[in-house]
Design a protein around this ligand. Sequence first.
Ligand SMILES: Cc1ncc(COP(=O)(O)O)c(C=O)c1O
Length: 359
Amino acid sequence: MTRCYNFCAGPASLPEPVLETARDELLDWHGRGLSLMEMSHRSPEVMGVAQRAEQTLRELLGVSQDYAVLFLQGGASTQFSAVPLNLLGEHRRADYVNTGQWSKKAIAEGRRYGDINVVASSEDTRFSTIPPRDTWQLGADAAYLHYTPNETIGGVEFFWTPQVDAPLVADMSSTLLSRPIGVDDFGVIYAGAQKNIGPAGLTLVIVRRDLLGRAHALCPAMLNWQIAADNDSMYNTPPTFALYLSGLVFDWLQEGGGLAAMEACNRRKAQKLYAAIDHSDFYANPVELASRSLMNIPFTLADPALDQQFLAEAERAGLLNLKGHRSVGGMRASIYNAVSEAAVDALIAFMRDFEQHRG
Ligand SMILES: Cc1ncc(COP(=O)(O)O)c(C=O)c1O
């Protein structure tokens, strides 16, 4: 068996030890004579897996009991609706920062439910910057401020936490677990699982408990965080296998030294790749230096006519999913936690070789 290096933006690479454990336990989970996939979500086994996953996640991120940890479904996109439905309250106004395609989607969905004020936008720089905090035009009475700490498509990341009076709501889909964060700075953190958490199908919401119980009367039960919290995320059948795999990923992170160790590795990986891009006249990354993502690194070739050839040769070399998002073109290497330093080294060597032969 040959496993390739996978730079997919999501569903992304999973740690090999996690896949190996899942393989070994697939038919007979812990001697129970059946797969975890085949067990009731109310069984002590599955409830235990869910509780352990939550506990390990709390330890990794430092999540206090002031916050509920919810394991939901519907992806981060469903939270674009759940956030306003749970938080807008009576004034029905909220602030949003627009730093890219995912911010725009959250804003568009928010506008279905309330008066959304875009406090700042970097669209005029083609989303290659982050608008400085002192330029933001905050609205009065905003129920919350929503932003996207890492824009997966543009490769732009906040390395500072906005200070605002309203509760801070963050779509952390493509940055959560890549480095330590101060959870207490946030009202709500949400993320689709399929980058650093686990497989697609699971959505994580971490919500400060005082923000529960504010949902609009028409908020569907399945989107209501209070109902999810009251039912330990088991109001309906949860995605048990995705939860189990995510728990294995959390164990893997903890065994590897936690998020500080992960951050050190992620910074090394990103620095190498940016250096390779910057030291070449053939490759380019458009993002301002201070906001370059650690997780998603878009880059272009000097001659876009070579894009297809680059992708085809990369694939032959075992380097997969380097095509940029269809809305921006070019290339993108997503180097999430499970993408090893060896994978990044192999990509850099390939890029140098391609430049020499075709550039
Ligand atoms: C930052 C960000 N937000 C939201 C989404 C949408 O996530 P989902 O597909 O889980 O709905 C993505 C998907 O890549 C993302 O990267």
